[in-house]
Design a protein around this ligand. Structure first.
Ligand code: AMP
Length: 281
């Protein structure tokens, strides 16, 4: 039976207890509304450590006032069933008021990689992410933490935080899990209407089209970007936010695709819903 913990103190003492017994701990941080993408991270964690902790916390700090956090889907009961089915040992679901004191004034910010890609469109987002993940690392003290490739920039930033703040934690990136038609699973997909859902597949189609072009030696990123921008623009419910070809380690823009080194990342609004996806070329 997965043990539901809502108290911060209890989470920390349970983790300390695991350590005393010599158990290794894997952590999978989530915001709930769990789907197969999250489940694959859990399976990876299950295979890597003695104790698997999944956190479920809808983190207000990573949403801007214009992003409607109240609209984000949440169903703790269903999430608990999923965790149970995946053999999770501890579900850590703290309350917002316990995580953030009303007069909190210490935050964790990564100031380099956060400026690119998502950071341009969502300037306060990653400060919220690094702050909550640092708190989870401090409380759970995992040996290994698992994140998804779907949020590739987030993974890079957490990797940098682990290095720069000396967390003794191994970081694992798990591949993006997709619907049969290629759409990356996301809790936000629930917002899509039937027609939006159909048109949303154009994002994955664009990524795969570029992959093929690169295989054929077409490496000029300006040409490739314009081509997929036009392909996506043929879908009236989809509006591109950004399409970026960047070095996958530094996240800096590239004028030519460097095979194995290049991340193609995109963000688009499908109706009112903002979706992201990426591919390593
Ligand atoms: P979220 O609940 O959206 O904050 O995501 C929690 C974790 O699940 C993050 O590490 C995400 O990258 C990961 N994740 C979300 N969607 C997917 C997916 N489709 N495939 C793999 N990992 C995912």
């Amino acid at each position: 039976m997965a043990h539901l913990i809502q108290s911060i103190q209890e989470m920390n003492s349970v983790s300390k207890g695991f350590q005393v017994k010599g158990y290794s701990i894997a952590l999978v941080p989530t915001m709930g509304a769990l789907h197969m993408g999250h489940r694959m991270l859990m399976r990876r964690g299950r295979s890597l450590a003695d104790q698997l902790v999944v956190s479920i916390f809808l983190n207000p700090l990573q949403f801007s006032p214009s992003e409607d956090i109240d609209r984000y889907p949440s169903n703790l009961e269903k999430d608990l069933e999923i965790c149970e089915a995946e053999g999770v040992d501890v579900v850590f679901a703290p309350k917002v008021q316990d995580v953030y004191q009303p007069d909190a004034s210490c935050f964790v910010a990564e100031e380099g990689l956060s400026q690119f890609l998502e950071g341009r469109s969502r300037p306060t987002h990653f400060r919220g992410v690094t702050t909550i993940v640092a708190k989870l690392f401090n409380l759970v003290e995992p040996d290994v933490a698992i994140f998804g490739q779907k949020d590739y920039q987030q993974y890079c930033i957490i990797r940098r935080m682990i290095r720069d703040l000396n967390y003794p934690i191994e970081l694992i990136m798990a591949p993006t899990v997709r619907e049969p038609d290629g759409l990356a699973l996301s809790s936000r997909n629930q917002y899509l209407s039937h027609e939006e859902r159909k048109q949303a597949t154009c994002l994955r189609t664009a990524l795969l089209w570029v992959e093929k072009q690169v295989e054929q030696g077409n490496l000029d990123t300006a040409v490739l970007r314009q081509a997929i921008e036009e392909q996506i623009a043929q879908h009236d419910l989809v509006e591109t936010d950004y399409i970026a070809f960047v070095n996958r380690f530094t996240l800096e823009d590239l004028v030519r695709v460097q095979p194995e080194q290049t991340l193609l990342a995109l963000a688009a609004y499908v109706g009112r819903t903002r979706l992201i996806d990426n591919i390593i070329l």
